[in-house]
Design a protein. Structure first.
Length: 96
């Protein structure tokens, strides 16, 4: 098994802040910018650009959701691999 090295608390805090920004704040800001452009814009091209920004913000949010699902699957596979190693050593499944 590999040992995980813990990051200093300040690094962890910075990573969480960046993660929150990318997963939540950035898509919301992009959608708000698109809505403002569509509302304030006087030309048809402003409406189109606003719709483009709204759809880009929604795309960023959906990509974040899909990435989160993928990462969760990786951790599930890691937990199952650990359980299989335990089974190989002891002859019974953990928790039984």
């Amino acid at each position: 098994m590999t040992e995980e090295i813990e990051a200093p608390p300040s690094t962890t805090r910075a990573r969480r802040a960046l993660l929150l920004f990318v997963r939540v704040v950035l898509p919301v800001l992009i959608v708000i910018a698109g809505l403002l452009l569509a509302i304030i814009g006087q030309r048809e091209s402003a409406y189109e650009a606003g719709a483009l920004l709204v759809s880009a913000g929604i795309s960023v949010a959906l990509l974040n959701v899909l990435y989160g699902i993928g990462v969760k699957g990786d951790s599930d596979r890691g937990a199952e691999a650990s359980a299989r190693e335990y089974f190989d050593r002891t002859g019974h499944w953990p928790g039984e």
